[in-house]
Design a protein around this ligand. Structure first.
Ligand SMILES: Cc1cc2nc3c(=O)[nH]c(=O)nc-3n(C[C@H](O)[C@H](O)[C@H](O)COP(=O)(O)OP(=O)(O)OC[C@H]3O[C@@H](n4cnc5c(N)ncnc54)[C@H](O)[C@@H]3O)c2cc1C
Length: 468
């Protein structure tokens, strides 16, 4: 029986292992250096509070999570957002402004709410509406998110909407982000419709025509999660894995033997593998490929990694100065604050607090433009977050408790040249058949992308081992 080692037990590695399992003539071993599986998906449960340290949801239109969840019997655990409180605010000029209704990603699709919104000035709105008549770009060359938004929608749309909303997804910096690698959809929209607004209107029409519900009649919202948080997905996947799982041991060495690999696990175990899936972030993959594929390793090291932290606070509802009845707010970088977003987790989702008396609030710190803020000591971070919540929301009370999760040098940045670098890496890895990279550092950072990438990697290794 052929043996595959999957290095890394994040969602990409778990999805890869689960996909390998479908092939009867393959044995696999999954190795994870931490004592738990899940990687950046980490859901903490404490006295009825459910705290998400990493992702708290996934984009429902990317089908892979829902399909996988249904396959492993988690269909009934899927939950949508509480859309009766739908709405996000943008902090601008010392005030919270409601994001105009109909604004999808960064594109306005409803004229009246957009026209009435005080978030963007009249000159800014006029500039955004030029998107209807501006000619489309003549070539399909890549550009930064910054240059694209400046070209189509103007400075105000960039600073107040695109940077916090779109850049925030990657914890990224629009000035360096490759649009083709991060949001290829925008380039497609311009190419096919000549205007982002026209493209979004057409997309909305299409969505309306489709049945709005998931299979089984469950209402689907734009973002979705699980009753027990995103960790419910990784926990369930772990239970479904029948292969050997090694936790708490790091893969420290990888030698290519011409056919097959010698994989060093911790200090005392060395395994022969016919195939290897490296489902680890780019810097960790680079470290393991130093000897086997030095050129690929060198290129992998060019992927910049940003740092960020999530800071979750539990308050008694009566401590809140006003009702928080929205999903939260975003803070544009130009505002010069310490936090870049806040989610009202217990409003957005059910099952996040022990009872109605409590609210759970999650703040984000750091990202590519502010990575240094994510590394300060806990008490400093706590002071900052409380001060921001006091000055923006008027919360003067102490939280009942709080939780910090840090992601230091852990958020891959798809900067200009990312796709070309990926091509170079893959070219170099052709010399190492049987080895495949997977995960959020490469073809999409979202949980659905990572699942797709894990499955793709498994298929590639199986094709190689089965001689297809
Ligand atoms: C704060 C935050 C919020 C996010 N929010 C969202 C969101 O709301 N929705 C969304 O879709 N995405 C979100 N993301 C992105 C998403 O969570 C990640 O892109 C995804 O989980 C990455 O999965 P992965 O398997 O590629 O990598 P990881 O989760 O990083 O897993 C890699 C694993 O490899 C292990 N490893 C590394 N080196 C070795 C080694 N040598 N030997 C053994 N094991 C090793 C690591 O310990 C880790 O467990 C967020 C990310 C962060 C940090």
């Amino acid at each position: 029986m052929k043996k595959v080692v999957v290095v890394g037990g994040g969602i990409a590695g778990l999805a890869a292992a689960y996909a390998l399992q479908e092939s009867k003539d393959i044995e696999y071993i999954l190795v994870e250096k931490e004592s738990r599986l899940g990687g950046k998906i980490i859901t903490q449960y404490e006295d009825g509070f459910l705290i998400e340290g990493g992702p708290d949801c996934f984009l429902a239109e990317k089908q892979s999570v829902i399909k996988l969840a249904e396959k492993i019997g988690l269909g009934d655990s899927l939950i949508g957002t509480n859309d009766q409180f739908k709405g996000t605010y943008i902090y601008s000029g010392n005030k919270l402004h409601s994001l105009p209704e109909g604004l999808i990603l960064m594109v306005p699709t409803k004229i009246i709410p957009f026209a009435l919104s005080p978030l963007i000035s009249w000159p800014g709105k006029l500039r955004m509406s030029l998107d209807f008549i501006l000619p489309k770009k003549k070539n399909q060359d890549d550009e930064t998110l910054h240059s694209f938004v400046m070209r189509r929608l103007g400075r105000e749309a960039l600073d107040k909407i695109a940077e916090p909303l779109i850049g925030g997804i990657h914890g990224g910096n629009p000035e360096t982000m490759s649009l083709k690698a991060s949001f290829p959809r925008f380039l497609e929209m311009e190419k096919n419709h000549g205007s982002l607004i026209r493209a979004m209107l057409a997309a909305r029409k299409k969505v309306r025509k489709k049945a709005p519900n998931a299979r089984g009649g469950k209402p689907r919202t734009y973002f979705m999660s699980f009753k027990k948080g995103m960790g419910e997905l990784t926990d369930a996947l772990e239970k479904k894995l029948r292969g050997r799982i090694i936790k708490g041991k790091e893969v420290t060495g990888l030698n290519f033997l011409g056919t097959g690999f010698q994989v060093q696990i911790g200090e005392d175990e060395s395994i022969f593998a016919d195939g290897v899936i490296l489902a680890v972030p780019a810097p960790e993959a680079a470290a393991l490929l130093n000897r086997t594929a030095p050129k690929a390793a060198e290129t992998l090291r060019l992927t910049p990694m940003a740092s960020s932290a999530t800071f979750t606070l539990a308050y008694k509802k009566k401590q809140m100065p006003g009702m928080i009845n929205s999903f939260g707010f975003l803070v544009p970088h130009v505002e010069g604050r310490k936090i870049n977003a806040v989610t009202f987790s217990s409003v957005k989702w059910d099952y996040r607090v022990p009872n109605e008396e409590y609210v759970l609030i999650r703040a984000f710190i750091g990202g590519a433009k502010n990575s240094h803020l994510a590394v300060v000591p806990d008490d400093q971070m706590c002071l900052w977050v409380k001060e921001e919540l006091r000055s923006i929301l008027g919360i003067t009370e102490e939280p009942e408790r709080y939780w910090i999760h840090r992601w230091i040098d852990a958020r891959p940045q798809y900067t200009m040249g990312h796709l070309e670098r990926l091509e170079e890496i893959n070219k170099d890895l052709k010399k190492v058949p049987g080895l495949v990279l997977a995960g959020g550092s490469y073809r999409g950072i979202g949980v659905p992308d990572c699942i797709n990438d894990g499955v793709r990697a498994a298929k590639k290794v199986l094709d190689y081992l089965q001689g297809n």
